[in-house]
Design a protein around this ligand. Structure first.
Ligand SMILES: NC(=O)c1ccc[n+]([C@@H]2O[C@H](COP(=O)([O-])OP(=O)(O)OC[C@H]3O[C@@H](n4cnc5c(N)ncnc54)[C@H](OP(=O)(O)O)[C@@H]3O)[C@@H](O)[C@H]2O)c1
Length: 299
């Protein structure tokens, strides 16, 4: 059986671009605004009718965490209403949706990794809008899939790895918080997992498990440890490196408080789909190498 025909919402984002580069070129279409705008019901319907996908993947989102405090209506339109419109449109054509969500739905106060059964408690408008999106997509009868991920980075787009490498070009030392822990996750690894899930949804629609799953890189780090690893890797490839000064969240205040702990327990996905993402240092090292080889860090 040929693989599924895929429609990806969000053409220019980190995960969307990974999907485009890893997925089958002849069966995967990424569509961003204005062709597919999550706030425009008609554009969603038009895109589904034009592509006639077997599976839809939503990699589009409003991801400006701090700006969401002032652009709250837009954040909810894109992250809550939009996925709802996409899920409804997909359901009406009998198509499953794979939707991405975030560790920021948690308050970060738990000790140890969060499971899918843990209560949510987002601190800011972004987390609240993403949680509302999950709730709109979660309609049990529709058979959609929600993948909560965390600390996403890639060789393209805006992310922590690229920011660190850019800073190291001009600074000897960078202060990075050491009291927030999470799972760095490669956009390529998310894309590979989503493609595997889409394949299963297509080939075994009756058996493929549906619902909410955590999907993150294996192993945890603080942001400071992540930065130290990025610089070590970069130096080994002849790229820029800086010293990391481990600081506290109080020394680096942001408009929205980030969860102190946002580790995700991914056992459910391993059990249901046999998917476990690689250890985060392995994927992070590959990403740093790619950035240095392509000169992306100063882009
Ligand atoms: N980045 C992280 O650290 C992180 C962590 C946890 C979870 N996630 C989740 O993972 C998913 C993918 O994140 P990412 O990092 O790949 O995001 P990203 O790089 O910020 O890309 C988001 C994409 O969504 C598009 N978009 C925004 N509003 C839209 C609309 N109304 N209609 C259609 N497209 C729209 C943007 O298009 P434009 O380029 O036109 O603005 C952009 O291409 C999201 O669901 C995000 O919430 C991300």
């Amino acid at each position: 059986m040929a693989g599924p025909r895929l429609l990806v919402a969000g053409a220019s984002g980190q995960v969307a671009r990974s999907l485009a580069s890893l997925g089958p070129a002849d069966r995967l279409t990424t569509l961003g605004r204005p062709d597919l705008d999550l706030t425009d019901r008609e554009s969603i319907e038009r895109a589904i009718l034009a592509i006639r996908p077997d599976v839809v993947i939503n990699a589009a989102a409003y991801t400006a965490v701090d700006l969401a405090e002032t652009e709250t209506a837009l954040a909810f339109a894109v992250n809550a209403e939009g996925p709802g419109l996409l899920a409804d449109a997909a359901s009406s054509h009998g198509i499953p949706l794979i939707h991405l969500s975030t560790d920021y739905v948690f308050d970060g106060l738990k000790t140890g990794a969060y499971t899918e059964l843990d209560p949510t408690g987002p601190a800011g408008a972004y987390g609240k809008s993403k949680l509302a999106g999950e709730q709109r997509v979660a309609n049990p009868g529709a058979g959609h899939i929600i993948l909560r991920t965390s600390w996403v980075y890639s060789a393209v787009g805006k992310n922590f790895v690229k920011t660190m490498l850019r800073l190291a070009e001009t600074r000897e030392e960078v202060g990075v918080v050491h009291d927030q822990i999470g799972n760095p996750t490669s956009a390529d690894d998310i894309a590979a997992a989503a493609l595997q899930i889409a394949h299963r949804l297509h080939t075994s629609p009756d058996e493929a498990p549906r619902g909410l799953f955590h999907l993150a890189g294996t192993g945890a780090a603080t942001w400071a440890e992540f930065a130290e690893f990025i610089f070590e890797s970069s130096a080994s490839f002849g790229g820029p490196a800086a010293r990391v000064r481990r600081i506290t969240t109080a020394e680096y205040p942001t408009p929205v408080k980030r969860p102190a702990n946002s580790q995700l327990d991914c056992a459910q996905l391993a059990e249901s789909y046999g998917i476990t993402l690689p250890p985060w240092p392995e994927s992070a090292r590959a990403c740093v190498k790619k950035i240095i080889e392509t000169g992306e860090s100063s882009a």
